[in-house]
Design a protein around this ligand. Structure first.
Ligand SMILES: Cc1cc2nc3c(=O)[nH]c(=O)nc-3n(C[C@H](O)[C@H](O)[C@H](O)COP(=O)(O)OP(=O)(O)OC[C@H]3O[C@@H](n4cnc5c(N)ncnc54)[C@H](O)[C@@H]3O)c2cc1C
Length: 396
């Protein structure tokens, strides 16, 4: 029997890769560090490009069934409490890109991938397996686990996230860059959301050095809150429980309408936001990086998970019909490099110029955003959301 492809990491990127590879007839072993497969209990926005991928993976209908199709991206001024503008995401947008813009609960999405992977007889998922490094020779690669166990395969995919051990060995470029922002997340029952703000929209309240995002989730049972402030944290951490007072401290200057939303948050968890500069090295012989391990990005384009999904189908396309593994992985890297680098760099720009500006910079943002017609918005994002642009990038 052919040796399996080993995937380190069972997050959205790792499971999508396992599914895509299995659908090409390849055997896959997923090694996940956690004792069970899980995702954080928060929402995620998905552009039409994510749905193009779901269709390729034959889970498009399942994904549509758990999604809330939002009607608008709405931009509010968090200081004045006024709407700046909104972009309509209904029929014209959906027709233009052939798929919706939607929001889903991460756990629900991850659950679809777990179910689809369980249904593939060639996928083995092992939990409680932390990969700490790898060794390779000309004909195979071995993942080394923290326990000392060694698992040998044909290819090793590092889908082990922001603090990837595979990347550490391959690239050795230190810790991720702390962006200077802390994001606080909470999910609140819909009936506790102020009634006049229960919009079917991904709403961004842009303040000076802080912002709030909310949208409905899980069939409108809850609202997802993700609020961020530029408070220059000294050290990186993830999913740390914080008090309500600690959260409020960064949002004292926002309008009472925006503050009212924060007051309803419960069980806040905080993440120090990190990314990295784009790099060219994602492969080493039979080893390749995927998702956040390869190109961690700030969340301001809402595209990190979407890029991991795209990586997965591109990797499977390239690996399915080729035998020169190192060359094939390099083809995958080349196909994905510029698109993901663009997302990384433009996410930073969006943070600086849309989410967090103050004073005259914010006034200019308001004017430019008001001038944005739906056509202009769609034209600007065709490279990202368009089905053809995605196909072209994979083919290159
Ligand atoms: C606040 C915030 C909001 C976001 N919003 C959006 C959004 O709206 N839309 C969007 O597309 N993206 C969004 N993202 C980005 C998105 O969450 C990530 O890009 C995505 O989760 C990356 O998936 P991944 O599978 O590459 O990595 P991860 O989700 O980090 O998964 C990595 C997996 O590997 C496991 N692992 C780690 N180390 C090891 C090891 N050594 N051995 C074995 N297993 C290991 C982990 O336990 C985990 O299961 C957001 C991010 C943040 C922080």
């Amino acid at each position: 029997m052919q040796q399996p492809i080993i995937v380190a990491g069972g997050g959205i990127g790792g499971l999508a890769a396992a599914l895509a590879l299995a659908q090409k007839g390849l055997a896959v072993t997923v090694l996940e560090r956690a004792e069970r497969l899980q995702e954080i209990g928060a929402g995620i926005q998905l552009g039409p490009n994510a749905f193009h991928v779901f269709d390729r993976l034959k889970i498009g209908n399942a994904a549509r069934a758990i999604a809330v199709y939002i009607d608008q991206l709405r931009l509010m001024d968090a200081l004045s409490g006024e709407e700046i503008t909104h972009v309509d995401l209904t029929e014209r947008f959906r027709q233009r890109f052939g798929n919706p813009y939607a929001v889903v609960h991460r756990g629900d999405l991850h659950g679809i991938f777990i179910g689809a992977c369980e249904a593939e007889p060639t996928i083995t998922v092992r939990t409680g397996c932390e990969v700490v490094g790898y060794e390779q020779d000309g004909s195979s690669v071995t993942a080394i686990l923290k326990s000392g166990e060694r698992i040998t395969g044909r290819v090793l995919i590092g889908a082990d996230g922001l603090k990837s051990k595979i990347r550490q060995q391959m690239v050795d470029d230190g810790a991720p860059r702390i962006a200077g922002h802390t994001t606080y997340r909470s999910v609140i029952p819909t009936e506790q959301m102020p009634e006049d703000l229960r919009w079917n929209a991904a709403t961004l309240w842009a303040g000076a050095k802080c912002h709030l995002v909310h949208y409905p989730l899980s069939g409108w049972k809850v609202f997802n809150l993700a609020i961020t402030c530029a408070n220059d944290p000294a050290e990186a951490f993830a999913a740390r429980s914080v008090t309500h007072e600690e959260v409020l401290a960064g949002f004292r200057d926002v309008h009472p309408r925006a503050q009212a939303i924060i007051h309803h948050g419960r069980d806040w968890k905080a993440w120090v936001i990190c990314d990295r500069d784009p790099i060219e090295r994602w492969t080493d012989g039979r080893v390749a990086l995927l998702g956040d391990a390869a190109h961690p990005t700030l969340q301001y384009f809402a595209q990190g998970a979407c890029m991991a999904l795209e990586d997965a189908v591109c990797l499977a396309e390239k690996l399915s019909d080729r035998t020169d593994i190192a060359q094939t992985l390099d083809d995958y890297r080349q196909a994905r490099l510029l698109r993901t680098a663009r997302v990384q760099l433009q996410s930073r720009e969006l943070g600086d110029h849309v989410y967090h500006p103050a004073g005259a910079h914010a006034l200019l943002r308001n004017q430019l955003m008001r001038d944005m017609t739906l056509e202009k918005f769609c034209d600007n994002l065709d490279w990202l959301y368009g089905k053809q642009s995605l196909e072209l990038s994979m083919a290159s």
